[in-house]
Write a new protein. Structure first.
Length: 118
């Protein structure tokens, strides 16, 4: 049942028109960061289990892979780079590109990451 709901949500979000506001899959703070041997960020672990959500999200805890196709916003302005690090004071919202692994925490490639300095 959970799998069917998640697939339906991801399909609905991926079929939305460009004029509609972005619906984020996960909201929380960065708990951990995995970095590759070249120093590029690979994954951020977002913990939203104790967060007061701005809006409903389906995922409360998961890894988001950051790559060259990920769009990053800092306080509503697009940025080329953000120095991801564990920080409970910074709110992060993640929109997955549609494909996530069925694990806990979930894992998938981030399409959009919005960072809000509080």
């Amino acid at each position: 049942m959970k799998k069917a709901l998640l697939i339906l949500l991801l399909f609905t979000v991926s079929c939305s028109s460009p004029d509609e506001p972005v619906v984020y899959d996960m909201q929380g703070y960065i708990e951990d960061v995995r970095i590759d041997s070249e120093g590029a960020f690979i994954n951020i672990l977002v913990n939203g289990q104790l967060e007061t959500q701005e809006g409903p999200t389906m995922i409360d805890y998961g890894w988001a892979k950051i790559n060259e196709n990920t769009t990053i916003f800092l306080n509503d302005e697009e940025v080329e780079f953000y120095p991801f690090k564990p920080d409970t004071a910074v709110t992060v919202l993640v929109k997955y590109d549609g494909a996530i692994m069925e694990s806990y925490p979930v894992q998938g490639t981030a399409e959009i990451v919005l960072i809000k300095d509080n």
